[in-house]
Design a binder for this molecule. Structure first.
Ligand SMILES: [Fe+2]
Length: 287
């Protein structure tokens, strides 16, 4: 189970030593969201020196996205927009981050466990036969933005699909909203949704988004009242096919008779999301 995080800015978070077994070099991580039951994690890695790891087999579905600097995967150099996805149990090649690189790193349905091998051929020989699926290595700069289907009175959003699991519908994609994009409705959906803001500004019910702002929103949480103040880009992940269900004219019925306290001592709602200091208090819009 992951907590509802909405909103934090990564600069408000402390650094930990990067938990990347079998690696060599200096790497720090900010823990944007973690699941302490299965080890799933969404991390912002900062390479404070060169860092690298041999070929091997990761225990979790593994993703890397380059925000800044350079990642080299099996000899292929990737700058900002570079993306690698490795299904768990599948052999992956060696990886290296150059000093100064900032990399978003996700592990899903598993922890940081990693079995190192001398080279990818040896790792492939040891990989689970049912793993089967291949590694995706993508330079998003070489992809075209495609217009997303929308429901209702919306101007389009634009998408670059980086990876989609054909069995579960789990996907990772880049999304761009143009300046002025707006939706007055509140949406919720049957799967989780997570975003990291790569650039731009938007206001919505949970606050103001700018570069480095992050959210992990469990299934069923309403969100909306969006207004894009500039063009804005996110990397977004979801653990299934995303269907938006819309709410308008929303209302909340919540409370009870105050026996011995005044209104300003009223209890808080116990499901308030995790927020970090620079995002301020949540107004409760969209509750
Ligand atoms: Fe959503």
């Amino acid at each position: 189970m992951r907590a509802h995080v909405e909103l934090i800015h990564e600069d408000d978070y402390i650094f930990h030593t990067g938990e990347l077994p079998s690696g060599e070099g200096k790497i720090l991580e900010r823990r944007l969201s973690t699941d302490e039951e299965d080890g799933s994690s969404s991390l912002s890695l900062h390479a404070i020196g060169d860092w690298g790891r041999s070929a091997g087999i990761a225990h979790a579905d593994t993703e890397f996205y380059v925000v800044e600097g350079t990642m080299i995967y099996g000899g292929q150099e990737l700058g900002p927009g570079g993306y690698v996805q490795v299904p768990r149990g599948t052999a992956m090649d060696w990886v290296r981050f150059r000093e100064g690189a900032r990399i978003l790193h996700w592990r899903e349905y598993g922890d940081c466990g990693f079995d190192p091998y001398t080279n990818v051929a040896e790792a492939s020989a040891k990989a689970a036969p049912e793993s089967g699926e291949g590694v995706s290595v993508i330079d998003a700069n070489r992809m075209e933005w495609t217009e997303a289907q929308s429901v209702g009175p919306l101007t389009p959003l634009y998408i670059k699909l980086l990876h989609r699991d054909p069995k579960t519908g789990f996907y990772t994609r880049l999304i761009r909203a143009r300046k002025g994009w707006t939706d007055h409705r509140l949406a919720h959906h049957p799967c989780y949704e997570e975003f990291y803001t790569l650039g731009g500004k938007m206001a919505y019910n949970f606050g103001d988004i700018d570069e480095g702002t992050y959210c992990f929103r469990p299934a069923g949480v309403k969100h909306g009242h969006f207004i894009a103040e500039t063009d804005i880009d996110w990397i977004i992940r979801s653990d299934g096919e995303l269907t938006n269900w819309y709410t308008t004219d929303e209302w909340v019925k919540w409370g009870g008779h105050a026996e011995n306290y005044e209104h300003h001592h009223a209890p808080v709602i116990s499901t308030l999301p995790v927020r970090s200091r620079s995002r301020g208090e949540w107004s409760g819009d969209g509750m």
